[in-house]
Write a protein that binds this ligand. Structure first.
Ligand code: BES
Ligand code: MN
Ligand code: ZN
Length: 499
């Protein structure tokens, strides 16, 4: 079922008298039931406390228990969800909501109502409501639904809150639904096989976005134009494939006229075989995900347009396929980037930085407020941070802090790594201005140092999402870091400060 069929709403009211197919109650471990939970327990003649005492429901983080026809309640089902022990941070809240959504979607419930009290605590309600809608929207994502019966029945999620929180929650739910839908769009692009999701497919997707949202303008620069622009680094990556490369530029001008835009640059390698520096066979199929940076940029463009945010955002996507052939670039080849810097390509598998460096040079023409690139750039980042945190690099402390805070708030975390000049020295080449690899040590850092050389003229950050953009088992794209980027943009707008 398409996720847009899932509707969200908020209202005040007593949970015990809420008529719904499934009432969802988060329960905190290690303290007596209080507030709404205590009221529900009393209405049901002590059933919840009984289930805790008997050990059937532990309330530990992620635990769920479904109670059919709970006595004394108007709901058909009561879903208890463990919140673990307090305090509840954004990440714990997200884990809880993922477990709640998974368990709810596994029932035949068409409508569900979530008791928000424990989730909200003393938090400002809008960001929590965003997380609620996004969690349910993304849990409802199915790459293949029609052909394998892998569907769910849920059509409506209702948030039960206090009267004073209704308006802020309704707004938050709406934005969260949009963010969740954008994540699902990004996941679908990531999950599509490399023979379908080609550079031209990404261009078609961008054009379709512009058609659906008149405020988005799109421009697709083909290979002849890229040659005119002297993007020798980008073009060196596409030398071995028959698929035409392109640079996709999307503009959303929601901000005041002449407002300097936030420019997002997304790596769009639709399949990365490594080229002549061929990758080993194991898990090579996962390199269809090497365009998840591009997918996250397309997702953010979709979301800012759907939410009509009053901000100007430009998305730039270099889209290429990296294959070996008789015409492919070889180790030792030297190419000239658009910036004029020459690059010795010591490893054709370090292709992401080659397409990104020319796009970073191109980005300057937008006179950006900030440039953020998003890329599945290095296997070393998966080793360093795994799937928990995106690697963050920046030439500006304030931007780095803002992105870290956005990631924490959105439960889409990042962790900062250094760009010290001693690392940059690893990129020295005897034959060109720099080499495209810096040896086996600190691979994520030297990759970022490479990019930093092309981002000196503006405030810039780089997000290495190699570990966070997809899961290996079961395989699938995650839609990260769309939530982090959206939270960052909302922060620039001061959305929650105003709420
Ligand atoms: N797309 C890969 C990075 C990657 C590897 C992402 C594994 C996710 C999982 C990138 O183009 C690449 O191949 N990087 C090389 C760089 C090396 C040749 C310096 C890598 O990480 O091995
Ligand atoms: Mn590669
Ligand atoms: Zn790659």
């Amino acid at each position: 079922m398409p996720d847009h069929d899932l509707k969200f709403s908020a209202s005040a009211g007593a949970p015990a008298s809420c008529t719904t197919d499934c009432l969802i109650l988060p329960v905190v471990a290690g303290k007596p039931l209080a507030g709404a939970a205590a009221a529900l327990d009393a209405a049901s003649g002590g059933r919840i406390e009984q289930l805790r005492k008997s050990g059937d429901f532990s309330a530990k983080a992620g635990a769920t228990l479904l109670v059919h026809q709970p006595p004394g309640l108007a709901a058909n089902r009561l879903l208890l969800v463990g919140a673990g022990s307090e305090p509840l941070g954004a990440q714990e809240r997200a884990n809880l909501l993922a477990a709640a959504a998974r368990a709810t979607l596994a029932t035949p419930a068409k409508a569900a109502a979530l008791v928000a009290e424990e989730l909200l605590g003393d938090q400002s309600p809008a960001p929590v409501a965003r997380l609620v809608a996004r969690s349910f929207a993304t849990a409802a994502y199915r790459y293949r639904a029609a052909d394998n019966g892998n569907t769910h029945q849920l059509r409506q999620l209702h948030l039960l809150v206090e009267r004073a929180q209704v308006n802020a929650c309704a707004k938050g739910l709406d934005l969260g639904r949009i963010i969740g839908a954008a994540m699902n769009s990004a996941r679908r692009l990531g999950d599509l096989p490399g023979n379908v999701c080609t550079p031209s497919h990404l261009a078609d997707h961008a054009r379709a976005l512009a058609k659906a949202h008149p405020q988005i303008r799109v421009q697709v620069l083909g290979e002849p134009r890229l040659k005119q622009l002297k993007m020798g680094a980008l073009l060196s990556v596409t030398a071995g494939t028959e698929q035409p490369a392109c640079l996709i530029a999307l503009e959303y001008r929601g901000g005041a006229a002449r407002q300097a835009p936030v420019v997002l640059v997304g790596k769009g390698v639709t399949f990365d075989s490594g080229g002549i520096s061929l990758k080993p066979g194991a898990k090579m199929d996962e390199m269809k995900y090497d365009m998840c940076g591009a997918a996250s940029v397309l997702g953010v463009m979709e979301a800012v347009a759907a939410a009509q945010l009053p901000i100007s955002v430009v998305g730039l996507i270099p889209a290429v396929e990296n294959l070996p052939s008789g015409t492919a670039t070889k180790p030792g080849d030297v190419v000239t980037s658009m910036s004029g810097k020459t690059i010795e390509i010591l490893n054709t598998d370090a292709e992401g930085r080659l397409i990104l460096c020319d796009t970073l040079t191109y980005a300057a023409r937008y006179k950006p407020a900030v440039v953020i690139d998003i890329a599945t750039l290095t296997g070393a980042c998966v080793v360093a941070l795994g799937k928990q945190a995106t690697g963050l690099f920046s030439n500006d402390d304030a931007l780095a802090e803002a992105l870290l805070a956005a990631g924490t708030q959105a439960a889409d975390r990042a962790w900062r790594l250094p760009l010290w000049k001693e690392y940059d020295e690893q990129l020295k080449s005897n034959f060109a201005d720099l080499a495209n690899v810096g040896g086996p040590e600190a691979g994520s850092v030297t990759a970022a140092c490479f990019l930093a050389r092309f981002a000196k003229d503006y405030t810039w950050a780089h997000l290495d999402i190699a570990g966070t953009a997809w899961n290996s088992s079961p395989k699938g794209a995650t839609g990260r870091p769309v939530p982090l980027l959206m939270e960052y943009l909302l922060g620039r707008l001061g959305v929650d400060a105003k709420a």
